[in-house]
Design a protein around this ligand. Structure first.
Ligand code: RIB
Length: 339
């Protein structure tokens, strides 16, 4: 493989001039630039980025740590970060934590060992003492989707509390008086905020909070939602509507309803957080809170780039808007007293 010295020799310039043509940071005359570019093409030269990163003390690589790339929310978030990184000629290294803090700690160490320039983190549940130690390593971290307080980390999030509250308002306005909840682990900030938004929505309409029709599952996974919904919907009296903390729990709920011979929305209205691409083609089409997941990733990368360039900037917190897309699954207005 050709070296930069061979390119310089072929173009009859210094190695520094070749570097300047490659980086574009220092102007080079058109004449020399042409000679260098011709030599690069003739020798099929490709810069040795590992050597270059040692020189510039930047790897132009960032880590992105998410819960589960199989979840459409995270795949869209990842895509937003990658599209922004590509514009800036950065590479991404992706890790999944499956909501396990010990896994999160391991992948953060692996990313530090590879000297990434920064990390985008959708933090797992539980304590984050490993993050405090990691922050001291000097590698910038920006939180996306899940805010971690107390560490002064930049973040890009949505207002989970208000969006969940709006879902309950929508169902209550349709006449539902017993609205249940399927949610994720309350150790996760997003699940906690959605839980309290749900509670506030009930209070706003003077609806009773009933422990028996709420379940905060161990995870945001479909299977957890399915098992919890089977238990909840097998007990009388059933709730006439359900709010779920994400789309996977909603799919688990719909599987349980189907198994029990219950119809959505005729028997149980459904509103969910997250609005993956497929929800409007299902029957019934699903009422859902659309998160700007691609934008969360893109804006997270932009914040990280700023933080890499200016480590001493004051903390930035960005809150992006969500949108409640009302479709068939929440149902029609109900006759007063029907549930
Ligand atoms: O579906 C996974 C959930 O966890 C999403 O709602 C997203 O907010 C993430 O935090």
């Amino acid at each position: 493989m050709a070296t930069i010295k061979e390119v310089a020799r072929r173009a009859r310039v210094s190695v520094g001039t070749v570097s300047n043509v490659l980086s574009g940071t220092i102007p080079v005359s058109k004449r020399l630039k042409t000679r260098v570019r011709d030599a690069i093409e003739q020798l099929d030269y490709h810069p040795n980025f590992v050597a270059r990163s040692l020189k510039i003390k930047r790897t132009k690589t960032i880590g992105i740590v998410i819960s589960d790339i199989g979840n459409p929310f995270f795949s869209q978030l990842l895509r937003g970060a990658e599209d922004a990184a590509w514009q800036e000629k950065y590479m991404l290294i992706t890790f999944n934590t499956d909501e396990r803090p010990e896994r999160e700690s391991q992948v953060l160490d692996a990313l530090r060992d590879r000297r990434v320039d920064g990390i985008l983190l959708a933090a797992a549940a539980g304590n984050h003492k490993h993050l405090r130690a990691f922050k001291e390593s000097g590698i910038p971290i920006v939180c996306v989707d899940r805010e971690i307080t107390g560490l002064g980390l930049d973040c890009v999030v949505v207002d989970n509390f208000s969006a969940a509250r709006e879902c309950v308002h929508h169902l209550a306005t349709l006449g539902h008086r017993r609205i249940g909840l399927l949610n994720g682990d309350l150790n996760l900030p997003v699940a906690r905020d959605r839980y309290f938004g749900y509670r506030q929505g009930l209070e706003d309409f003077r609806l009773a909070f009933e422990e028996s029709i709420t379940c905060c599952c161990q995870s945001f996974q479909l299977e957890d939602g399915y098992r919890a919904a089977l238990r909840m919907m097998s007990r009388a009296p059933r709730p006439t509507a359900m709010f779920t903390g994400n789309a996977m729990l909603a799919l688990g709920l719909l599987r349980a309803l189907k198994e029990l011979g219950l119809r959505c929305p005729e028997d149980v209205g459904v509103v969910m957080f997250d609005d993956p691409r497929f929800t409007d083609v299902l029957r019934p089409s699903l009422t859902a809170v659309a998160q700007p997941s691609h934008e969360l990733g893109r804006r997270g990368f932009e914040l990280l780039l700023r933080r890499i360039a200016n480590p001493n900037l004051k903390r930035t917190r960005v809150v992006l808007p969500t949108q409640l897309n009302i479709r068939e699954s929440s149902g029609l207005p109900r006759v007063a007293g029907s549930g």
